[in-house]
Ligand binder design. Structure first.
Ligand SMILES: C[S@@+](CC[C@H](N)C(=O)[O-])C[C@H]1O[C@@H](n2cnc3c(N)ncnc32)[C@H](O)[C@@H]1O
Length: 257
């Protein structure tokens, strides 16, 4: 079994997945409006295959994307070149990133990426990365699947066909470990390559964190928790049964006396 998002990167990029980050880019100006904030330079953590970055650039943002997967970054760079765009992509781990004094107006992380951090320790490290790369007054906005989302919504169908066409046959199987708060998504996919079908498998693990705990970790990292939304259209507050929430954290370093 290969690393996550190695063989799957191409399937991800050509599948329905990028529609989500396209939507995030579309909703970003409204989200910033709700925060009465204007941003230009954006750091997108766990940027994947670059769709959010490219769409956000179209809207006038300047985006640097960072992702752990070499293959995702490669696709992001190819897409940037094809589009004649300027987005910049780096391979790196959001728990350990240091872009040497580079400051951004906004840090983002979309589509479950924060759930890929399986321990509080790792979650804190990613929060620190965001904090350290933000200018004073900047925001870190991310989405995260809730425990309810991973435990209930993800488990509605134990096994299903995600995609079945002439290029890809993709099956998802899920389970949830309540003591570790970790959901597992086993992706088995067959890809047609030069007339032959190749079988691949990846296991993706996502950790759920209590919203209260996320807020504590964010405050410990130096952030002010500005707002949590249940969605990016109505911007309603989260409910007990929210499957995913969007968290906006504000960096405001106290001025020296
Ligand atoms: C579900 S994809 C989301 C990608 C992208 N944000 C989007 O909206 O399409 C999760 C991404 O998180 C990346 N990832 C997981 N853990 C990471 C880490 N510690 N540092 C950087 N990237 C990570 C994976 O390589 C993958 O590209």
């Amino acid at each position: 079994m290969g690393k996550n998002y190695s063989k799957f990167a191409k399937v991800y990029s050509a599948g329905s997945y990028p529609a989500y980050s396209r939507f995030m880019a579309e909703r970003l100006p409204d989200a910033l409006g709700r925060l009465s904030y204007r941003a230009k330079r954006v750091l997108d953590l766990a940027c994947g295959e670059g769709t959010f970055a490219l769409e956000a650039e179209e809207l006038g943002f300047e985006v640097t994307g960072v992702d752990r997967s070499e293959e995702m970054v490669e696709i992001a760079r190819e897409k940037t070149e094809e589009a004649g765009a300027d987005a910049n992509f780096l391979q790196g781990d959001m728990r350990e990133l240091s872009l040497q004094g580079d400051e951004f107006d906004l840090v983002t992380s979309w589509f479950d990426s924060m759930n890929y951090l399986l321990t509080e320790f790792d979650f804190k490290k990613a929060l620190k990365t965001a904090y350290d790369h933000l200018r004073n007054g900047g925001f870190f906005i991310f989405d995260v699947n809730t425990i309810h989302g991973l435990r209930e919504e993800w488990q509605r169908e134990e096994c299903y066909v995600q995609r079945d066409d002439s290029e890809v046959f993709e099956i998802h199987r899920t389970n949830y470990n309540p003591s570790r708060q970790i959901a597992e998504l086993k992706i088995t996919f067959f890809r047609s390559e030069a007339g032959k079908w190749e079988r691949h498998e990846e296991v993706h693990k996502e950790r759920g964190f209590e919203l209260g705990r996320i807020k504590e970790l964010a405050t410990d990292a130096g952030f002010e928790v500005r707002v949590v939304w249940d969605d990016l259209e109505e911007f309603t507050p989260p409910e007990e049964e929210s499957g995913r929430v969007w968290v906006a954290l504000h960096k405001e370093t106290p001025t020296q006396e």
